[in-house]
Design a protein around this ligand. Structure first.
Ligand code: ATR
Length: 274
């Protein structure tokens, strides 16, 4: 019988995930389907229960349900525990396993596709919403020299830095929280925009001079040139990337969790760009 999967969110109509998973399934000869399903804002749990009863094998979960998916899972990966968010659910019997593949997707895109090793680098992560939390633990596992967290509401960055320090397992990476204006005079090798500001054609008020000589500017948004990417160009960042590669890589990791096979991502990223 054909195995069924889906991505669930609200809104969901513009999701690229069905196309990406269809490419993966074709490439690896998997007998499966993958749909996009809209859940009512107050109806995540009921929708997921219905899909499980109908025999679905797993789901991707996107905005705004990643925290509800975290609560729904009966067991979780460590990276999902740190993120307090789940983007991939796997169903087996009565058990629901929750994982978060966003961060590993970002790491794979930066290290593999962009050929930019993270170990020993100085990283600035801008934004402290769900998107930023999702990537903290996989970024730290690559052992950067320093991770600086900055956010418009600086208390959120301070809280996150405290939580990470209290875990005590990411030494010797220096973890710090700073308001935007206190970043002036510092340089970073990797600057990641994890805010949703690009959706409104805005960007955080970052000071000039942030990019080191060999630096990467990464915007987790995709499908448009964001003000942050334009800023990075003017500021002389060596490499500038949107988040399309991260999207495809997080999907590949979910596919691997479900099917035990790693699809090739490069041709799928290429196809999505054209
Ligand atoms: P997501 O799940 O996409 O991360 P979110 O949880 O609503 O969405 O978080 C949005 C993030 O973008 C937050 O870090 C937010 O900053 P605040 O915590 O101060 O609200 C940030 N953000 C959104 N618009 C922004 C803007 N115009 N300038 C700076 N930061 C912005």
């Amino acid at each position: 019988m054909t195995d069924r999967y889906a991505v669930i969110g609200n809104p969901i109509a513009h999701s690229k995930s069905p196309l990406i998973h269809a490419e993966f399934a074709k490439q690896t000869n998997q007998d499966m389907t993958y749909e996009a399903i809209l859940a009512p804002l107050e109806g995540f749990r009921e929708t997921v229960e219905g899909l499980r009863m109908a025999g679905y094998k797993g789901l991707n979960v996107t905005v705004p349900f990643k925290f509800e998916a975290f609560l729904y899972a009966t067991s979780k990966s460590e990276r999902a525990e740190t993120a307090k968010a789940v983007n991939t659910l796997s169903f087996a019997g009565g058990a629901v396993f929750g994982d978060n593949t966003d961060g590993i997707g970002l790491v794979a895109d930066i290290e593999k596709n962009l050929d930019f090793p993270i170990a020993g680098k100085s990283i600035l992560l801008v934004g402290m919403g769900g998107a930023a939390w999702g990537v903290l633990s996989p970024l730290l596992q690559q052992k950067p020299k320093r991770l600086t967290l900055s956010n418009r509401t600086v208390a959120k960055a301070e809280d996150a830095a405290r939580v990470l320090a209290s875990l005590g397992k990411y030494d010797p990476t220096e973890i710090a929280a700073k308001p935007f204006d206190r970043l002036a005079g510092q340089q970073f090798d990797i600057v990641i925009n994890a805010t949703s500001s690009g959706l409104k054609d805005e960007m955080p008020p970052l000071p000039p001079g942030l990019f080191s000589e060999n630096s990467l500017a990464y915007d987790m948004m995709y499908g448009r040139q964001t003000p942050f990417m334009a800023f990075a160009g003017k500021e002389g960042a060596s490499r500038i990337s949107d988040g399309l590669g991260m999207l495809v890589e997080q999907a590949a990791e979910a596919f691997f969790l479900w099917r035990g096979i790693r699809p090739q991502t490069a041709p799928v990223i290429e196809k999505q760009r054209t």
